[in-house]
Write a protein that binds this ligand. Structure first.
Ligand code: AMP
Length: 305
């Protein structure tokens, strides 16, 4: 389907588009989840987002990218107001990738007057960013379930840079029987290893340089693990040391079971009872950055910009 990019701002118009799209696919014998590929984002698109867009374009007849800086996932002292926004440039990037629809609604349309319903998360949301940002994942799951509900049956793609978010959304889709295939894709990085993030554009030159300690800290953890280190404390400590050398402020550095996101014990590590996720959040100046790697899973994929 080679159509012009359609920009939609009304939820009901998006619903009608998705229904027509599935009906057309069905006539050609294509199932609903291959009809639509959904990529939820907050915009200020970079190559990490665009890799997800490419997966959606490849997998489905119509790729729908949503661009919405969701107010309910930001805490009162967080960067909602200053979060980067660049709709015109985002539309050009989506056009170049063959996206069918960009859905960019006003907040008042997604959270209508008197709305009050929120999605409640279980244990997967307790640690890591869930502990550091109370209410964050409730906001994320509420907006993502609204999007799933408007779009209907589809394949939705997410990045593993936000690993906890990916696991929570995957769980939510299963628990609530949402008719969506949730897929996760590896983190896309800058040539120096820093994970791409819309927030990177807010870093000063000094903080951008400091942030290179993040991939170095994760690489050190991978190397230590590969060399046989199985002490949770020593792995955390070594990683933390690297982050501190360039003046980053630590929010958390944690080793968790990659499936349940609970803290791992030395025995879990020693016996490799499951995959371990090393996850961290730091402040580079006032900008909060997150990253992670799976220990024992081979080298992290590196995709240059
Ligand atoms: P955001 O706009 O930050 O909410 O991200 C929208 C989607 O893009 C989420 O599924 C993120 O996990 C994903 N994403 C963000 N940065 C990257 C990256 N560097 N590599 C892969 N996916 C990413």
């Amino acid at each position: 389907m080679n159509r012009e990019l359609l920009v939609i701002s009304e939820p009901e118009e998006l619903r009608r588009y998705a229904e027509a799209c599935r009906a057309e696919a069905l006539r050609d014998g294509v199932g609903p989840r291959q009809a639509i590929g959904l990529v939820p984002t907050m915009g200020a698109l970079h190559d990490g987002h665009l890799q997800l867009v490419r997966r959606a374009v490849e997998r489905a007849r119509s790729a729908i990218v949503t661009i919405f800086v969701n107010p309910t996932q930001f805490g009162p002292n967080e960067d909602f107001a200053s979060y980067p926004r660049d709709l015109e440039a985002d539309l050009d990037k989506c056009r170049a990738e063959g996206v069918s629809v960009v859905f960019a609604p006003e907040a008042a349309l997604m959270y209508a007057e008197h709305e009050q319903t929120r999605v409640s998360i279980g244990a997967l949301g307790n640690g890591l960013c869930g502990a550091a940002r109370p209410g964050h994942f409730t906001g994320v799951c509420t907006i993502v379930s609204k999007l799933f509900s408007i779009v209907g049956p589809c394949t939705a793609v997410f990045g593993q840079k936000d690993y906890q978010q990916f696991k929570i959304i995957e769980r939510m889709a299963r628990d609530l029987f949402l008719p969506v295939d949730v897929l996760g894709y590896p983190t896309v990085r800058e040539p120096d290893g820093l994970a791409m993030s819309s927030r990177n554009r807010r870093l000063s030159a000094e903080m951008r340089a400091a942030a290179t300690a993040i991939p170095r800290a994760l690489e050190l953890s991978e190397r230590l693990f590969a060399a046989g280190e199985r002490s949770v404390e020593r792995l955390r400590e070594q990683c933390t040391q690297v982050l501190l050398t360039t003046g980053l402020k630590i929010d958390y550095v944690e080793l968790v079971d990659a499936e349940h996101l609970t803290s791992v014990s030395e025995t879990f590590l020693a016996e490799e009872s499951g995959q371990t996720l090393m996850a961290l959040a730091v402040f580079a100046g006032t900008t909060r950055l997150i990253d992670n790697c799976l220990l024992g899973a081979g080298p992290r994929p590196r995709v240059a910009s």
